[in-house]
Ligand binder design. Structure first.
Ligand code: HEC
Length: 136
């Protein structure tokens, strides 16, 4: 009996410490950004908001797409930061569209329900943006 009480006395503080401060905050890629408001079929969608909603759960920091691409970039001696699609300077709009609609390796094809053609056009142009000349 006393051993039982001792066990309870020892366990009590441990259970109280199980979740200090409650549930930890989720990383950004697990917090799926809200879909931007407006008509999804019309041009002029906010590209960054669409990217974060439709691609972010794999392609923001910590996402599985980012992790896989970071490894691929490092294998060809490119900086690990190029694992984030938004840091890439070699993507063309047509390439992005082909990968999104057809899928590539571990990335599943995204349908017109996942993101409409208007949304894909916005995201493809956003990712194909080139920096000012002289930078990489
Ligand atoms: C379910 C997770 C997932 C989603 C959603 C996703 N991707 Fe991907 N994406 C990946 C993975 C994983 C890879 C790497 C595939 C491989 O090489 O095996 C990848 C690769 C890519 C590549 C190729 C990069 C290269 O170097 O060739 C592009 C471009 C891309 N994704 C764009 C997008 C865009 C734009 C969206 C949103 C419309 C999106 N992805 C949504 C997981 C995802």
């Amino acid at each position: 009996m006393s051993r039982f009480l001792l066990a309870i006395a020892l366990l009590a503080p441990a259970t109280a410490m199980a979740a200090p401060g409650g549930v930890p905050e989720l990383p950004p890629y697990q917090m799926r950004a809200a879909q931007p408001a407006g008509d999804r079929l019309q041009p002029g969608r906010d590209p960054r908001a669409v990217f974060e909603h439709s691609c972010g759960y794999c392609h923001l920091a910590g996402g599985m797409g980012t992790n896989l691409l970071t490894k691929q970039m490092m294998m060809i001696k490119r900086p690990p930061s190029d694992g984030l699609l938004t840091n890439r300077r070699d993507l063309t709009a047509n390439y992005v569209k082909a990968v999104v609609r057809g899928g590539k390796g571990a990335m599943p094809a995204q349908t017109r329900v996942d993101l409409t053609d208007a949304e894909l056009n916005a995201v493809a142009a956003y990712l194909a943006q080139k920096p000012a000349k002289g930078k990489k």
